[in-house]
Write a protein that binds this ligand. Structure first.
Ligand SMILES: Cc1cc2nc3c(=O)[nH]c(=O)nc-3n(C[C@H](O)[C@H](O)[C@H](O)COP(=O)(O)OP(=O)(O)OC[C@H]3O[C@@H](n4cnc5c(N)ncnc54)[C@H](O)[C@@H]3O)c2cc1C
Length: 305
């Protein structure tokens, strides 16, 4: 039987001391690591390096609002905790509530989802949209980086050997946007890996017509989550007209690069952007632009009510 060296620090300080000295694999919920290191049925996973279990570090389990009004989420918070906590931004709660099944949501952590750097990961979509940052801690101190920069490319993150992700900071307030949208296309409503997920948000100027802020991000549409400020700028300072919607739709289409099922993913993305902007321009009563009411996001027949 293989021996596995396993560290179980009780405090963040202890964890950072171990990380500074030993080349360890941090293990949070283990939902990615146990799968990526699995062997045949019945055999325990094998890890090439010692493992450090960080799941229960109390410092990584808090959700609070800081003095700048930003939502701070401990790296070890699970999808279930985020989904239920109304301090967390709406887009992120949607994404967290649709990850895997209940059991998985009770173990999968936000830092694990980011560090896994999968283009199909659910939380990076909202985190890119909201300009969220990761806090990276080591014995040398803390630094912060945009999640969109920290995820360098497919399965690659900008984590130094002595660092741990300790917090995710999301600049967010309920008033930031007038209309919001989040839709995951999967084989089921939950417990399905995303085929594509689109997050969107818009804020109008006081005149109710001119766009002050518009954002769109999409997962599973390239090597990493996609967002383009240049495309978003096409709409800023303008009123929503059919021609400008098409400009945005075509601009975002140039940004994404889906490899599998490209026609499907492109068409679904186009539909979701068109739908959101068309509905937002009508100024509906509800802030959330609904995705299910008799409207097909993918070109397939819309579900019956
Ligand atoms: C059945 C199943 C269904 C799934 N469904 C979904 C889904 O619907 N949507 C989705 O997005 N994902 C899904 N996943 C993937 C997975 O559950 C998520 O990516 C999860 O968030 C990973 O978190 P974890 O805590 O389990 O990570 P772990 O497996 O513990 O770690 C993943 C990676 O992150 C690193 N890491 C973890 N915490 C830190 C930290 N604080 N600092 C530095 N590095 C860290 C680890 O070293 C490792 O490299 C699914 C997985 C399974 C097995």
């Amino acid at each position: 039987m293989e021996e596995l060296k396993c560290y179980m620090p009780k405090t963040l300080r202890e964890a950072l001391e171990i990380k500074a000295k030993v080349d360890v694999i941090p293990l949070a919920g283990g939902s990615d690591l146990m799968v990526s290191h699995k062997r045949t049925l019945g055999l325990t996973p094998v890890f090439e390096k010692p493992v450090m279990i960080i799941r229960n570090l109390p410092e990584l389990r808090k959700i609070y609002v800081n003095d700048k009004g930003e939502c701070c989420i401990g790296a070890g918070c699970t999808s279930a905790e985020i989904a239920e906590n109304t301090l967390c931004p709406w887009h992120l709660r949607q994404a967290a509530s649709r990850m895997g099944a209940i059991g998985l949501r009770n173990s999968a952590t936000i830092a694990g989802n980011i560090a896994n750097a999968s283009p199909k990961g659910d939380t990076p979509g909202p985190l890119y949209l909201l300009d969220a940052r990761v806090k990276l801690s080591s014995l040398r101190g803390d630094r912060e980086e945009l999640v969109s920069d920290f995820i360098v490319k497919f399965r690659t993150i900008d984590l130094k050997s002595d660092e741990l992700i300790t917090e995710i900071i999301v600049p967010y307030s309920e008033d930031d946007f007038d209309y919001i949208f989040w839709h995951k296309v999967g084989t089921r409503k939950a417990n399905a890996i995303s085929k594509i997920t689109v997050s969107q948000a818009i804020k109008f100027e006081k005149d109710g017509k001119t766009v002050k802020d518009f954002r769109v991000s999409a997962t599973a549409t390239g090597a990493k989550t996609n967002r383009s400020r240049d495309v978003e700028k096409l709409l800023i300072g303008k009123a929503i007209e059919p021609a400008i919607i098409e400009e945005v739709v075509n601009g975002f289409d140039q940004v994404i690069s889906p490899r599998a099922m490209p026609e499907f993913r492109r068409e679904a993305t186009r539909r979701m952007i068109r739908r959101f902007l068309t509905e937002a321009a009508k100024h509906p009563k509800d802030k959330v632009i609904d995705t299910y009411e008799g409207y097909s996001m993918t070109g397939a027949p819309a579900p019956r009510k």
